[in-house]
Design a protein around this ligand. Structure first.
Ligand code: PEP
Ligand code: MG
Length: 589
């Protein structure tokens, strides 16, 4: 048997191995079939019945999933029920049946294709991935158009296996991955923000996606190793390779046990200075996973995702459902809900947004919200309504000038008045803060901070704008340096200015997840670090291994250096000399 090695994108770390099962979903291989004009009404009735069957099925699956796995994994079915209720989607299907006089199956494939193209045109990876939810729902309707009932598999029969598929549709992922029998996942398609990837991470199932054609290179029963940490897949490995990966797996599993121990430890430095590890999340589903990694709150909820749960614009209830779910799950820990950061390159299919010549400098985030006030009001009302438990906070992205804060506050006050009139409960004192991501805002931190309760530094954007280096352009990535002396000066200024005013300040960009940078930030006075939850244990480990006094001295010395490399070398050398365990977990990842 020949052994094959393939490279993809590791989206859920760890190593899984075993016999593989190919999951085939050939739901969209139907041919065009015409019908007579007289048969159109009958065909539409058949379609509506299938939609009804699909609705009942989704409600049942949601209940089953809730029972087996808890509320968080049932959420996917809420999203699908929302899509199923979307009028414009179904108008398109019915119009296709009517206009082209074709079978409903063909209309479903046509509309699916149209939506896939719309989604493909979206530059943002995360948004693009949501197209599989629409496919998922349409595929389910297609299956329900067949009169024969699908046999339901009985629980407990499945063997432990590695799942290999072209693409795992979200609801299929929710059902199959949560059954406890899947050792690992490998797919042709997909990206790190697909539901499959998110679910795999939260269930600790190693996964590699984007393998292009693995489904054409394997057959049922082949032995497969999936290395989700390195993004590698090996089909039918020779015994020596199998042994090597068994060793790697044991090491990784040990590492995870150590990480999880760290996750539960208190966030204090060696000299007992308290810091806070918070989580950045993009889906309500991620909240429990974040806490299992030791998060002490949700430091950043990127609320853009809500726009993808429905093919039409989300309404206040859609927003509210997501925010309440997170607020309840996190309670009493705080949840910072960032208002949408769309516009620029993150366009939405539901809105006709004009193409901009320079999207990164365009109508993005709060600029977009202040241009589309009707959408913004809906979001602000929902955030207020979700704040009744008093653990919700507002965060406004991409503030450039103080006038924007005034405008947002005015809208917020109007929303509060409306809710008062409607006798709806909310947190009257809801804390209000802004992100510092634009250099101009950084330079007037002293002015802005007086207008708000706290600041959150979005280093991903702040560094890109400060150094004039596109954060996603590989040609200039060599210049993207969080430890560049200019970046350090501006970040120190923001942190120290906020603290002098007695205001809270956090960092919620990737910089907070890097052990070396986190030490520098600690030295500047930062105590709130918000990051992708999987990095929380290693940052906790680093900060728990050091004395603040030492770090402050090292960082002070580093501020006199000329280059990022000098800073890096000095901090590593000095910290390791005093605290040899500081980068223990950081080096393994
Ligand atoms: C940032 O810019 O650092 C940030 C946290 O926001 P986003 O990555 O969503 O732009
Ligand atoms: Mg940003």
């Amino acid at each position: 048997m020949t052994s094959i090695r393939l490279r993809g994108k590791g989206v859920s770390p760890g190593i899984g191995m075993g016999e593989l099962t190919l999951s085939e979903s050939a739901l969209f291989t139907v041919r065009r079939e015409s019908i007579s004009a007289a048969a159109v009404e009958g065909e539409l009735r058949r379609l509506r019945k299938a939609v009804e069957r699909t609705r009942n099925e989704l409600v049942r699956l949601k209940q089953e999933m809730k029972g087996n796995m808890g509320e968080e994994h049932a959420f996917i079915f809420d999203a699908h029920l929302l899509i199923l209720g979307d009028r414009s989607l179904f108008d398109s299907i019915e119009q296709t049946v009517r206009g082209e006089k074709v079978r409903a199956e063909w209309a479903l494939t046509q509309v699916n294709q149209k939506y896939q193209e719309l989604f493909d045109a979206i530059a943002d990876e995360y948004f693009r991935q949501r197209k599989s939810d629409v496919s998922d729902v349409l595929a389910r309707i297609a299956a329900n158009l067949k009169l024969k009932k699908k046999r339901r598999t009985r629980k407990g029969q499945a063997k432990r296996e590695v799942l290999v598929a072209h693409e795992i549709l979200p609801s299929e992922a929710a059902i199959r991955l949560s059954g406890g029998n899947v050792l690992a996942v490998a797919t042709d398609m997909g990206g790190p923000t697909s539901h499959t990837a998110i679910l795999a991470r939260s269930l600790n199932i190693p996964a590699v996606v984007g393998l292009h054609n693995i489904t054409q290179q394997v057959k049922n029963g082949d032995f497969i190793i999936v290395d989700g940490t390195d993004g590698e897949v090996i089909i039918n490995p020779p015994p020596a390779v199998r042994k090597e990966f068994l060793g790697k797996k044991a090491k990784y599993d040990h590492y995870i046990r150590e990480l999880k121990k760290t996750a539960r430890l208190k966030s204090v430095t060696l000299d007992d200075v308290r810091f806070f590890a918070l989580a950045n999340i993009e889906l309500p589903d991620e909240v429990e996973m974040a806490f299992s990694y030791g998060a002490e709150g949700i430091g950043l909820f990127r609320s853009e995702f809500i726009y993808l749960q429905s093919a039409s614009l989300p309404n206040e209830e859609d927003h509210l459902a997501a925010y309440s779910r997170i607020a309840k799950a996190a309670y009493p820990a705080p949840v910072y809900i960032r208002t949408i950061d769309i516009g620029g390159d993150k366009t939405l299919p539901q809105l006709k947004i004009e193409k901009e010549p320079n999207p990164a400098l365009g109508l993005r985030a709060v600029r977009f919200s202040l241009r589309h006030k009707d959408l913004f009001r809906v979001q602000l009302r929902a955030i207020l309504r979700a704040s009744a438990l008093k653990n919700v906070r507002i965060l406004i992205p991409m503030i450039t000038e103080v006038e924007e804060i005034g405008e947002v506050k005015l809208l917020l006050e109007e929303a509060k008045k409306e809710l008062d009139k409607e006798r709806v409960k909310f947190d009257r004192q809801i804390p209000f803060g802004v992100m510092i991501e634009v250099p101009a805002a950084a330079a007037i931190t002293d002015i802005l901070v007086k207008e708000v309760d706290y600041l959150s530094i979005g280093t991903n954007d702040l560094i890109q704008y400060y150094l004039a280096v596109d954060r996603s352009n590989e040609f200039v990535s060599y210049l993207y340096k969080p430890l560049h002396p200019s970046v350090l000066r501006v970040i120190r200024f923001i942190i120290q200015t906020a603290l002098r005013e007695g205001k809270d300040v956090a960092v919620c960009g990737e910089m907070a997840a890097d052990p070396l940078s986190a030490l520098v930030l600690l030295g500047f006075g930062l105590r709130k670090f918000s990051m992708n939850p999987i990095f929380i244990p290693r940052i906790k480990n680093t900060l728990r291994s050091v004395e603040l006094k030492t770090v402050e001295k090292v960082v002070e010395e580093a501020m006199n250096l000329k280059t990022a490399q000098d800073v890096e070398e000095l901090v590593i050398e000095r910290i390791l000399a005093k605290h040899p365990k500081a980068f223990l977990l950081g080096q393994v990842m």
